[in-house]
Design a protein around this ligand. Sequence first.
Ligand code: CTP
Ligand SMILES: C[C@](O)(CO)[C@H](O)COP(=O)(O)O
Length: 382
Amino acid sequence: MTIAVLIVAAGKGTRAGGDIAKQWRPLAGQRVIDWTIAAFKRAGCDTIMVVRDPENEHAAEALAGYDNLLHADGGADRSTSVRNGLIALKDRGITRVLIHDAARPCVSTQVIHETLAALDHAPAAAPGLAVTDALWTGAEGHVTGTQDRNALFAAQTPQAFHFDAILAAHLALDEVAADDVEVARKAGLPVRITQGDVNNIKITRPEDFARAEHILRSSMDGIPDIRLGNGYDVHRFGPGDHVILCGIKVPHDRGLQGHSDADVGMHAVTDALYGAMAEGDIGRHFPPSDPQWKGAASEIFLRHAVELARSKGFVISNVDCTLVCEFPKIGPHAETMRTQMAEIMGLDRDRVSVKATTSERLGFTGRGEGIAALTTATLVRA
Ligand SMILES: Nc1ccn([C@@H]2O[C@H](COP(=O)(O)OP(=O)(O)OP(=O)(O)O)[C@@H](O)[C@H]2O)c(=O)n1
Ligand SMILES: C[C@](O)(CO)[C@H](O)COP(=O)(O)O
């Protein structure tokens, strides 16, 4: 059995408005089409044909980054686009095909698998959602009747077919059809209804972008948006009588050198937060070339990273910082450091860890030339 996915992406997206057709527009960090392609790859489908307008520069740009995608030219209506895609898939040994709207980026693995599995029992299958709201007919702003909803379903994609059967049905079609289920039925093929998903929305109107974004951000197919970041920093010892570590003044016979207060621990924590968000590092947000940060309290940097995370919808789940030095001894101060950093980040103390290790007198930390810090941070988007 060789399965192909045919994604129709040649529409103009008129109802969604905007200068760029909806399937090429950004959504939750990538393009709509990227989410749609990713959903099928995640479900294990590797043969993917995208039907697009060959003249559309946004289509060309969006698809350029993909290896191994098949392309076909779209037509004036959806049925023609599907037919072109099916013809382009002919002679590739395809036995089953899933036909999907590019504009449905939130489709789940479960919907894909269930629809495909139904082809073991029928030549065609498609996800539908039983209509739950009462249905009216209306005219001139008034209800004129109530429609029986018991036998009504809202149609979704992917719609799945035995390849030869749907190709033949499309080649025999002499009019425009709403979808491929209609094409199949016109050819006399029985179509199984599989369970649709309320989240499998089709981006149709401008407000659908926000709905799709919410669905994708809150749950990527049940996988929460969890980010892991790491941070690493080193500061050299110099003259002084204390060091600042994780916001705490620790007496020592040397100080740490740096443009700011040289709080190596807090810098590693801050960089781990930036890293989890792919937002660069402290140097990008607070350039050392800028004199205003000379001697600055590192708390400023950490508060900025925390605020940035909040503004992007992340909550910090935990932070784990390890300081590497022979001296000063960190143990007696570790709990105060945890409390201080938890307070700055607005976290419970049990989400903040500060620990220390020596490097067995090896390397620059072992020789007492400086202190290194490593941090791992986890961010979760609610
Ligand atoms: N000539 C067409 C028309 C539509 N589609 C695709 O069919 C899917 C569902 O169609 P629809 O939501 O109606 O998209 P558009 O036709 O682009 O939207 P509109 O009617 O608002 O212009 C979309 O992924 C769209 O890109 C296509 O490939 N070729
Ligand atoms: C195929 C479809 O998505 C099923 O719901 C739908 O028919 C596509 O287009 P429409 O123009 O929005 O009806």
